[in-house]
Design a binder for this molecule. Structure first.
Ligand SMILES: Cc1cc2nc3c(=O)[nH]c(=O)nc-3n(C[C@H](O)[C@H](O)[C@H](O)COP(=O)(O)O)c2cc1C
Length: 343
């Protein structure tokens, strides 16, 4: 587990630890964040929420800003929009819901968001960025931060200009995903850009993109001097990475122990049937790369928690518990026991 030592501050907020789970729509919800926190995740970002959804009556997107009933430190609410006054209005409303920090998304590349001038689309509107951060930092009590990309495309990489505007207007931290909008999630993340950003702003910088192993965490820090390392896809089904433990070294019994705990968090938070249903996408990640397809299919097919638990137990009797993923990968096939074929 990560040691919870103070590492850097976001204005007056102390951050403990240097590994951070990325905000990830459909994944970084209350149950998964609870698991990641246990492995030392230093900041808990919510999934992003559109400001329009926050200005009117309660709706299901509000749930994305729930905080674990036992509390969460350090809690970052992430929102996106394309109108500074609306963003402020939404931020003022949600400030009362208990975030430690409010973060603006300047990185989402999805066309229906970016082409409307929100997400990474904000990076093409320096005045909007300035006005948004000026308003928020003046009118909110909590620190305001932003997460951005390199820019719109290869030929318009304006992350330095935008980050400086953010900081000049009160941003207390900048997180940079080292890709452009046109790269989406392809190509290699540019860590040199993260290093350049770190040298050019006075606030803490979080580096993000392509961290897949424990060694990558320290490589990114050494390469860029960044204060924190944000991990997205590689942390899915793999919260151990937040504690600098590689999935290849994790044993099957460790996987099933965490998986069961995550399931309990999901059932407690969502109830049934959503608890089991929403857990399915995480289950796929926990079992990824292992020859457990027949079990996975059966587990995903059931809507019954007791049957799910029975299948998990059957899986545990088939797979050597002490073997790490690196060894389990070499086993070509774990058959579903005949008795369970009918499930
Ligand atoms: C499924 C998925 C959902 C995402 N949702 C968000 C989001 O809500 N807000 C955000 O700022 N970034 C979001 N991202 C981007 C990640 O936070 C991160 O910047 C990106 O995945 C690069 O990091 P990685 O290479 O470690 O995955 C999402 C990424 C994925 C894969």
């Amino acid at each position: 587990m990560n040691q919870r030592l103070p590492t850097f501050s976001v204005r007056d907020v102390t951050v403990y630890g240097d590994t951070i789970l990325s905000p990830m729509a459909a994944y970084s919800d209350v149950p998964f964040r609870a698991i990641c926190r246990q492995f030392g995740a230093a900041m808990n970002y919510t999934e992003f929420v559109p400001t329009e959804a926050l200005l009117h009556d309660p709706n299901p997107l509000w749930r994305r800003l729930d905080i674990h009933p036992e509390g969460e430190y350090l809690m970052v609410f992430q929102i996106f929009g394309n109108d500074a006054h609306q963003i402020l209005q939404a931020a003022q409303r949600i400030e009362a819901w208990g975030p430690t920090i409010i973060d603006i998304n300047l990185g989402c590349s999805v066309p229906k968001i970016s082409e409307k001038g929100a997400g990474v689309g904000m990076m093409r509107q320096p005045k909007l960025v300035a006005e948004t951060f000026r308003l928020l930092s003046r009118h909110l009590n909590v620190p305001v931060t932003g997460k951005l990309r390199l820019g719109w495309d290869q030929s318009s990489q304006n992350y330095l200009e935008i980050a400086k505007i953010m900081v000049d207007n009160g941003a207390a931290l900048v997180a940079l995903h080292g890709r452009t909008r046109s790269q989406k999630y392809h190509g290699q993340a540019d860590w040199d850009a993260i290093a350049q950003l770190k040298q050019n702003v006075s606030v803490p910088v979080i580096g993000n993109g392509d961290v897949q192993t424990a060694a990558d965490i320290d490589r990114l820090k050494a390469h860029t001097g960044c204060d924190g390392v944000m991990i997205g896809r590689a942390a899915l089904g793999n919260p151990w990475l937040l504690a600098r433990q590689d999935r290849e070294a994790v044993t099957f019994s460790e996987i099933t122990a965490v998986l069961r705990q995550h399931l309990q968090e999901s059932l407690a938070y969502y109830g049934q049937p959503d608890g089991l249903h929403n857990f399915g996408r995480h289950l796929k990640k926990y079992l990824a790369g292992l020859a457990l397809k027949p079990f996975l299919h059966a587990l995903l097919a059931t809507e019954d928690v007791v049957e799910f638990e029975d299948l998990l137990s059957a899986m545990e009797t088939e797979v050597p518990p002490h073997l790490p993923v690196a060894e389990l990968r070499k086993i070509p096939h774990f058959p579903l026991p005949a008795a369970l074929n009918s499930v």
